[in-house]
Design a protein. Structure first.
Lengths: 682, 444
């Protein structure tokens, strides 16, 4: 009982006062609570200190995830969870606050536990670079929240984050060129060329074309948060694609099936690192590709042309040796690298490049880097007709032409038909991947534009494919008036030597075809009617096959040539026509072997007895017929791509061959130069 | 969208919860959360037998509790966290033999609050609440801090006139405020320890604050009664009240505002919300106060749980919502509207039953000594804490009792004991949790 202290001026209350103030109760006692306050404060301090001391020595348990999943009674429990981080840490904003999410699994249950760290703890973790990463074995002090169908936890304090073990720490770099069979959470590295960079919700995803395969790499968003401005140039370079990269990280199987390397630190990404490579000659590389399989080599080669469809990436480019031996080979080049290395406005076919090449296998090489050494300008013209006459694959600049019609495909690609006053028109195709970055709308009809790209034939449509974002420029000035076509002096073929330097027109017999590989030009022998006098008419392949396709225009057809006399026996073709068509000379294989070189002819119903694909995708097909003789049909790659066949016909196939007789390295051949020149009959 | 539950089950389970809440809520110092926790612990099979009905069971229990707890606060003078004033008008009514009228005033406010809550949430609240939530969610910590500062500042220095010297005047003026500061931080430390240490076994995590709350609010009341040995005068149990329509409106508005603030913002409790609401509505008069208390408590407890029913807002407020949400969260609008309708039904049932309970308790207390009831309550509370949290929980409870006792002795707000909740959350939100944990040597 507490001591009662009466006030010094206590008095008896009157009955009325009692009734008013305390009806039906006894008078209240007055307490002096001063002493009670001291007791209270002492009790508070003693009990809080005592509980605090007990708490300090009470260990916080490590709890299995399986014990807390779905257990509503464990809500708000504070405990340690120890396990492996099974996903890349995610960073996002929730409720206006920065949040880091770490997913942990301790193998007690298939379900992992999501652990969240909100700002300011999230920022502290980023600043201290104490972020549990995929593959890390961690011990985290968390407070649990149990919802109806899932449980999650919150990190409370930076001290509650312990990274017990991290894969790769202290180990040397292990390079892989494929992630097949690589265990999850392994720390590996890959080297190669960046391709297909794309932004995904968890960060920047890209592929690295290694020597054998493609490795997917993810730079998670958290890297940007941790490294700030330092990460920007790296991410920007990778986003552009086509750069060589050396990257390390932890293997993660996205959705359990798709392996990727997740970068852990910015220092694990090195851009522009071209591995040390042996220098080899281009001819050696082409003929002995198998020897260099899996390696990166350096070489020097002359750029010939681009031979790929508009959407192919990487693109097939044809190069040839610089020694003039006529050795050609295909090298794949990522579109991003192609756009930077081969600016179509300034770099044309014939440019010599120093190439760093990844030899994937004996038939597949990918350029890493391409540095021009001797730049040859692109073919430039303002004549659509000349553009049409250019060989497929060449880089071409077509200036000041008028848009005669333009449309955008459902996929976003541009199809622009351009023409000049001569009336010729050609299709300019801008794939959607380039059109979307052009920065302006598709030019409308009537607009004057200049285009730069490569010559291509899609199906039967001649086109110029634009592959750079600067490949189409809109001109403000009207195009210059077209040049007047030269006047051709009509002469007799025998008078040609007297008109050197003049434009002449004459008729003659279509006699033979020869090819000069060094000049990459065809010479058609045209003879006088009595076959006593001959001149050579030079023309390119397109001109030849559009005028004198051996499949349709027979030997000794009467033709008219309009051209410029270059020398006593050489005329440069401008245009021509068939005056009197003769059927192609149809022979047996045995007869073909007896034909002189250059003779255009046709072999019907021959049987394929063997074939092989040479480097540069040239085909060699041996054919025979009931005569039993065998002859080789040579189809250069430029014609192969027109045939629409992915591989030579199988043995036993019945074919029709139209071309001209030739010999190469002692081997008797029929050279096919047009797509009508090789037809599979059955 | 098809409801996952049929009306019969809503009524059955809901009314079961209502009766349970009404039956047990007169026990002083006992929060409805503790009652539900007891049900979870003792009859888990009952809880999981129909998880879709569990939210309605809890809703009924909460409504019943918010009505019937007026009996404890009036007749048994318990001052839990939602009663923020030291001299309760209900106590004055009780001592004047008009305790039943205090209960009736409270019930008027409670019914008004329940109806408003149901109608508002089912109409404007469907659209307004998600917007309000998104607006305020980045600023919770700021609002919480402002309310705490307001609580301290509103307890302006008093008793200075009683001092004889300037120093004594200064001390007397600030004594109460300092007492409040001591209570707030002491309870905050206990809250950190209960939440972040390994003192309590983790299987009792859901009831980690039960020993503290019983120690803060229930135990000091029991001890005070045992010491003071008060007796209750005869009570007038006629169903009459002395008030005015204006007072009903003012009190209801004040309570609804305060209860709404408490329900919506995390950690802010009914008492803190009612403090703000009372100042906003400028309430005057005991009847207005009692009505506002009824409205505030009902809107606070019921509203906090009812947010769980909102399909697009999905916020979890209050320990009851966390408990229920861990088993099943209502997902459909049908469940939401069924809940709104049931609130009104439960409120009506609770109103009538509480009225009769009040009369019964009034008659009982004039016959049975307060001391016996207090002693029985003491045994019950100790048993509850021991069952849920073990002997360590008892130790925590005693530590919390000393803090609650200090609040009583210093004549300061018992709601400062909510520092056990507020301080850890505020520290976490503002980024000082690590500092406090390191200071206390916890969490690492």
């Amino acid at each position: 009982m507490i001591e009662v202290a009466s006030t010094s001026d206590s008095r008896e209350y009157s009955e009325i006062e009692k009734y008013l103030y305390y009806p039906e109760t006894e008078e209240r006692r007055l307490y002096n609570v001063g002493f009670l306050k001291i007791i209270a404060v002492a009790l508070v301090l003693a009990s809080v200190v005592g509980v605090f001391a007990a708490a300090r020595y009470s260990p916080i348990p490590v709890v299995r995830i399986s014990d807390v999943q779905g257990n509503v009674l464990m809500n708000y429990a504070t405990f340690y969870v120890e396990g492996v981080v099974v996903e890349p840490p995610r960073v996002d904003y929730s409720g206006g606050k920065l949040r880091i999410t770490v997913t942990v699994n301790d193998n007690s249950t298939p379900v992992s536990l999501s652990v969240y760290a909100y700002d300011p703890l999230a920022s502290e973790m980023i600043k201290a670079r104490k972020i549990p990463f995929i593959g890390d074995r961690v011990r985290l002090l968390v407070q649990l929240r149990v919802r109806e169908d899932y449980a999650y936890a919150y990190l409370q304090d930076l001290r509650g984050v312990e990274i017990l073990e991290r894969p790769g720490s202290g180990d040397g770099k292990v390079y892989v060129d494929s992630l097949d069979g690589i265990p999850e959470y392994s720390y590996v590295c890959a080297q190669g060329l960046v391709k297909s960079p794309r932004n995904v919700s968890s960060g920047l995803l890209f592929d690295v074309a290694t020597s054998r395969d493609t490795v997917t790499v993810l730079i998670p968003t958290i890297i940007s948060h941790v490294y700030g401005d330092d990460a920007a140039p790296v991410l920007s370079a990778i986003s552009a694609g086509g750069v060589p990269v050396d990257v390390c990280g932890v293997v993660y199987y996205y959705r359990g099936t798709s392996p990727e390397i997740v970068v852990r630190e910015l220092e694990d990404v090195n851009i522009g690192v071209v591995p040390v490579a042996e220098t080899v000659s281009f001819g050696d590389l082409v003929f002995n590709t198998a020897l260099y399989e899996g390696q990166t080599v350096r070489t020097q080669a002359r750029f010939v042309g681009v031979y790929c469809e508009a959407f192919d990436d990487p693109c097939r480019l044809v190069f040839e040796d610089v020694e003039g031996q006529g050795i050609t080979g295909d090298i794949m080049m990522p579109k991003a690298l192609m756009a930077t290395a081969i600016d179509p406005w300034s770099v044309g076919s014939g440019t010599v490049f120093n190439l760093a090449v990844n030899v994937i296998n004996s038939t597949y090489m990918v350029a890493y880097a391409a540095d021009p050494v001797e730049v040859a300008p692109p073919f430039e013209t303002s004549s659509v007709e000349e553009a049409l006459s250019q060989e497929r694959g060449r880089i071409i600049v077509l200036r000041n032409v008028t848009v005669s019609s333009s449309s955008t495909t459902s996929g976003g690609s541009w199809r622009i038909y351009v023409s000049d006053p001569s009336g010729y028109n050609i299709l300019v195709f801008v794939p959607s991947t380039v059109a979307n970055s052009m920065g302006f709308e598709i030019p409308a009809k009537g607009t004057y534009i200049s285009v730069a790209g490569y010559r291509h034939v899609y199906g039967s449509t001649d086109e110029i494919v634009v592959y750079t974002v600067n490949g189409v420029t809109v001109e403000t000035a009207p195009p210059p008036p077209p040049p007047q076509p030269p006047a051709f002096i009509e002469i007799d073929i025998r008078s040609v030597p007297g008109y050197v330097g003049s434009n002449v027109s004459f008729t003659g017999l279509f006699y033979a075809i020869r090819y000069d590989s060094s000049q990459r030009i065809y010479y058609v022998e045209v003879r006088s009617s009595d076959e006593g006098f001959s001149v050579n008419v030079s023309m390119n392949r397109t001109q030849l096959i559009s005028f004198l396709d051996p499949a349709t225009v027979g030997w000794k057809s009467l033709i008219r040539i309009n051209g410029t006399v270059k020398s006593d026996s050489l005329v440069e073709y401008v245009y021509g026509e068939v005056v009197e068509l003769r059927n192609p000379l149809t022979v047996t294989v045995q007869e073909a072997l007896a034909q002189p070189l250059g003779r255009p002819l046709v072999v019907l119903n021959a049987t394929v007895v063997g074939s092989r694909v040479l480097s540069g995708n040239n085909w060699e097909i041996n054919i025979t017929d009931p005569t039993g003789a065998v002859i080789t049909v040579f189809i250069p790659s430029s014609t192969v791509s027109d045939l629409g066949m992915s591989s030579p016909p199988s043995n036993g196939s019945l074919v029709k061959v139209a071309g001209y007789r030739d010999v190469y390295g002692g081997k008797q051949e029929i050279v096919v130069i047009s797509r009508n020149g090789f037809v599979v009959l059955g | 969208m098809e409801a996952l539950i049929n009306p019969v089950e809503v009524l059955t389970w809901g009314l079961t919860g209502t009766f349970l809440g009404l039956l047990l809520s007169w026990i002083p110092g006992l929060h409805i959360f503790n009652l539900l926790v007891l049900v979870f612990a003792l009859a888990p099979g009952f809880i999981t037998s129909n998880i879709y009905a569990l939210p309605y069971f809890a809703l009924g229990a909460v409504v019943g509790f918010s009505f019937a707890s007026s009996i404890a606060s009036t007749y048994l003078s318990v001052s839990d966290e939602s009663m923020m004033l030291m001299l309760f008008p209900s106590q004055r009514y009780l001592l004047a033999g008009r305790g039943h009228r205090a209960v009736l005033l409270y019930l008027i406010g409670a019914l008004t609050g329940a109806v408003f809550l149901a109608v508002f949430m089912a109409t404007i609240g469907v659209y307004a609440m998600p917007v309000i939530y998104n607006l305020f969610s980045p600023y919770y910590w700021f609002i919480l801090l402002a309310i705490i500062v307001f609580m301290f500042m509103s307890e302006y220095p008093k008793e200075a006139d009683h001092g004889r010297t300037p120093r004594e005047k200064l001390w007397l003026a600030w004594r109460q405020v300092l007492g409040g500061v001591l209570v707030f931080f002491a309870s905050g430390i206990l809250g950190f320890i209960a939440s972040y240490s390994g003192l309590l076994r983790i299987e009792a995590a859901y009831a980690r604050l039960t020993p503290l709350f019983i120690g803060f609010f229930g135990f000091p009341w029991v001890l005070r009664n045992l010491i003071s040995r008060r007796s209750i005068p005869r009570q007038d149990t006629r169903d009459v009240v002395e008030t005015a329509p204006g007072a009903v409106v003012n009190g209801s508005a004040s309570g609804i505002i305060g209860g709404g603030i408490a329900a919506f913002f995390p950690i802010i409790t009914g008492g803190m919300g009612a403090l703000v609401g009372g100042h906003m509505a400028s309430s005057r008069g005991d009847d207005t106060f009692l009505i506002s208390q009824g409205a505030a408590r009902t809107v606070y407890y019921t509203g906090a749980l009812f947010f769980l029913f909102h399909p697009t807002m999905r916020i979890t407020r209050g320990s009851v919502a966390w408990l229920v949400g861990g088993v099943y969260t209502p997902k459909t609008w049908a469940e939401f509207y069924a809940g709104a309708a049931f609130i009104i039904l439960a409120a009506a049932v609770s109103f009538v039953i509480t009225l009769y309970l009040s009369k019964a308790v009034a008659r009982l207390l004039t016959r049975i000594s307060y001391v016996y009831i207090s002693a029985a309550t003491l045994v019950f509370l100790i048993s509850l804490v021991y069952y849920l949290t073990g002997p360590v929980g008892l130790v925590l409870m005693l530590a919390a009792t000393s803090v609650g006792f200090a609040a009583m002795v210093f004549n300061t707000r018992l709601s400062y004991c909510l520092g056990s909740l507020i301080l850890p959350v505020l520290a976490n939100t503002m980024g000082f949790a690590g500092f406090f944990l390191e200071l206390l040597g916890l969490g690492g």
